[in-house]
Design a protein around this ligand. Structure first.
Ligand SMILES: [Zn+2]
Length: 251
């Protein structure tokens, strides 16, 4: 039979506090990086969207420019016809023929005016689109600048924390092996319940260090005795006295 050492509650709690502190360090590193990868991905999406917008506006401007060319050609055609009719009107045989030709000339002149109006409107539309295009280009340049910074920041954090993270991971594994398996299971369960990953907390200013629910004096003295695993009745976190919490150092 192997000689299994039975750990005291105090020793169990100390191992657990050590594990909690190591894992909190890992959580901090994760938080540090946490926002940046999302921010970088969001910026890349935004820039892609802006590029699509830029292309769409450029295509619209091209379409309007083509429309203007068509209207210019139509004006030329109408003017040619007017010139032709004016020449014909010099050789009219009667009043009726003269009036018919005049009507044709008027119609073509009207066509010219209409085309000119269309061109004017189209040019105004182009001017509006040009403003939007400029705005999109500026936004792209702006976002690309921010993206470069964020990417650099993330790269720096990854490089600088890589070693630290690895160290804490090794320490966490080591610390886990010192924690009673049943206690470790409850610790992990509690830890997963909270966003800040705190499962073991000290009593601070007569309250739970996790949820700030006040702890009655009787319970506080029991916690200080370190004879039983005590939990906060409000949040379920494991409670330790602040002296025990402070005595465990993690580097
Ligand atoms: Zn609590």
């Amino acid at each position: 039979m192997a000689n299994v050492k039975e750990f005291s509650v105090e020793e169990k709690l100390s191992s657990l506090v050590a594990l909690q502190k190591i894992e909190s360090n890992l959580d901090e590193i994760r938080v540090l990086k946490g926002e940046l990868p999302i921010e970088v991905a969001d910026l890349e999406d935004e820039i892609q969207g802006l590029h699509a917008r830029q292309i769409r506006i450029e295509e619209e401007i091209n379409g309007i420019t083509e429309f203007i060319e068509q209207k210019k050609a139509a004006i030329k055609e109408a003017q040619d016809l007017v010139a032709k009719y004016e020449k014909q009107s010099e050789n009219v045989k009667n009043n009726r023929e003269f009036e018919a030709i005049n009507k044709e000339i008027e119609m073509q002149q009207l066509e010219v005016k209409l085309c000119e109006k269309h061109i004017k409107d189209a040019n105004e539309e182009i001017a509006e689109k040009a403003v939007l295009l400029e705005r999109a280009k500026k936004a792209i340049a702006n976002k690309e600048g921010v993206l470069t910074n964020k990417k650099g920041e993330l790269e720096k954090i990854i490089t600088s924390t890589e070693e630290e993270e690895k160290g804490f991971q090794d320490k966490a594994e080591e610390a886990r092996s010192h924690v009673d398996p049943r206690l470790l299971a409850s610790y992990t369960k509690i830890r997963n319940n909270f966003r800040n990953g705190l499962a073991v907390v000290p009593v601070e200013r007569d309250a739970c260090g996790g949820c700030f629910y006040s702890i009655p004096p009787q319970k506080q003295s029991e916690i200080k005795q370190r004879k039983k695993i005590m939990v906060c009745e409000n949040c379920g976190r494991i409670l330790v006295d602040s002296d025990l919490n402070d005595s465990v150092e993690v580097k």
